[in-house]
Design a protein around this ligand. Structure first.
Ligand SMILES: NC(=O)C1=CN([C@@H]2O[C@H](COP(=O)(O)OP(=O)(O)OC[C@H]3O[C@@H](n4cnc5c(N)ncnc54)[C@H](O)[C@@H]3O)[C@@H](O)[C@H]2O)C=CC1
Ligand SMILES: O=C(O)C1=N[C@H](C(=O)O)C[C@H](O)C1
Length: 270
């Protein structure tokens, strides 16, 4: 057995789960030691490689997360908010780094993750790609340089399966714009325009969401002024960028102190 860090992937059959499995299996810096799916899923009990339509990987898919986490140094989790909260407590119990990519988390979920992070290393980000994390920094800078004569709009587009809006990335970008302006996003966020909304309020940060087809993830931050517009854009065309970022976070987390970190810490951008 190699002494590379052992990784468990939760939500193994999902769009991100399968991409993460391929990324870990191909990596020279980590080994796959477990795969978790929800109780009742067809893949439970099957060899993961076979379930994915390939050759056996020697890892059986399980619905017992604690048993899987106990064998791992890190858990990479792109599932649902309720599952992620459950996994946060179990990863802390197993002393495994918990990398959270799940979006759509509400304050009640975030509070439970914060509790787990008192005893565990948690790395959480609504987007694990290098490009988006750079875009967050750029957004903060441009927002700080411009005043409220420039209206800020965050426009995102995703595949038709996505269940949450605004996307986790759009919220990161909105937070960065608000921080650049020195305001709280909660005080200026406008995400539900429909009907007679009235004119745009000066200083608001607006969000629009497109859902369609197989769009992996696209984000624009628009600064719209009089006679000119600045648009910062990121386009994801391959989920591998998120999976590689998540694996980097799992390895970075080894040996760090308990606490909640993000990709800015991992990428050295903070
Ligand atoms: N932070 C980032 O860079 C990115 C985040 N995401 C987020 O990751 C999440 C998952 O996205 P997708 O893979 O597209 O969704 P998906 O629906 O394809 O996959 C989710 C998987 O989680 C499984 N699952 C649900 N409850 C479970 C439980 N209790 N135990 C074990 N498995 C469970 C489902 O069966 C499914 O296989 C979403 O919140 C999405 O927004 C997606 C891409 C990048
Ligand atoms: O659900 C997705 O697919 C994605 N979710 C993340 C988000 O909510 O921003 C990241 C990426 O855009 C893909």
């Amino acid at each position: 057995m190699s002494d590379l860090p052992g990784i468990v992937i939760t939500g193994a059959s999902g769009r991100m789960g399968q991409m993460l499995i391929r990324t870990v299996v191909e990596s020279k810096g980590a080994k796959l030691v477990g795969a978790v799916e929800r109780t009742g899923h067809d893949w439970i009990g099957q060899d993961l490689g076979v379930a994915m339509g390939g050759t056996a990987l020697g890892v059986a898919v399980t619905d017992d997360p604690l048993d899987a986490f106990a064998k791992a140094q890190a858990v990479i989790d792109f599932t649902t908010p309720d599952a992620t909260v459950e996994f946060a407590a179990l990863a802390a119990q197993a002393r495994a780094v918990h990398v959270i990519g799940t979006t759509g988390l509400e304050e009640t979920h975030l509070e439970k993750i914060r509790l787990a992070a008192r005893h565990a290393i948690v790395v959480r980000a609504g987007n694990m790609s290098l490009g988006v994390n750079l875009l967050v920094q750029l957004t903060k800078k441009v927002a700080a340089a411009l005043d409220e004569d420039f209206d800020i709009e965050v426009i995102e587009a995703h595949h038709h399966h996505k269940v949450d809006a605004p996307s986790g990335t759009a919220l990161m970008l909105g937070e960065a714009a608000a921080e650049g302006r020195g305001v709280h996003l909660a005080d200026v966020s406008d995400s539900g325009r429909d009907g007679i909304t009235g004119a745009r309020k000066r200083g608001d940060i607006g969000f629009s969401a497109i859902r369609g087809g197989d769009i992996v993830g696209e984000h624009d931050v628009m600064f719209a002024g009089q006679g000119e517009r600045i648009v910062l854009r990121h386009m994801a065309t391959d989920r591998g960028i998120f999976a590689r970022g998540a694996l980097k976070a799992a390895l970075w987390g080894q040996g760090h102190k308990p606490g909640e970190y993000d990709m800015m810490d991992v990428l050295g951008l903070s």
